[in-house]
Design a protein around this ligand. Structure first.
Ligand code: NI
Length: 138
């Protein structure tokens, strides 16, 4: 089994906030991510698929095709957006944390990858240089 990964990048705004809490409590829990006038992150997304190399092409997947799929299903819909307000597949009221985003991105990509000879293995999303979340579909 071979694992191959495509990297894509996007930037987006968000705010982590619980309406029922005071501003003080929100700031205590979410820090700068609770800034009431929003803020942005430069996200780096890694999508890993697994499979066996095709005997003719040597590819597990055509990564140009994978890139276009990620662009169409995810990047085009989140890049330069407000993740709290603008993205149809992020439910209203769901915190747009890195943890929630990897699950939502999996749900967008996985059904379309079923058409391919490979399987989706992992979604990894870096929010900053120091924090990332990973999801394996479980
Ligand atoms: Ni943030």
């Amino acid at each position: 089994m071979v694992y191959i990964t495509r990297r894509e990048r996007f930037n987006a705004a968000h705010k982590l906030w619980v309406d029922e809490w005071s501003e003080e409590k929100n700031l205590e829990m979410f820090g700068k991510c609770a800034n009431k006038n929003w803020h942005g992150h430069n996200y780096t997304l890694y999508v890993t698929v697994k499979g066996h190399p095709d005997p003719h092409t040597g590819f597990v997947i055509d990564v140009k095709k994978l890139s276009k799929m990620i662009q169409r299903l995810i990047v085009d819909r989140v890049d330069h957006s407000n993740l709290n307000l603008d993205v149809p597949f992020i439910p209203a009221g769901m915190q747009p944390t890195t943890e929630n985003l990897v699950i939502l991105f999996w749900k967008e990509l996985e059904p379309e990858l079923r058409e391919e000879a490979c399987e989706l293995h992992k979604i990894q999303l870096w929010e900053t240089e120091n924090i990332y979340a990973e999801y394996f579909g479980e």
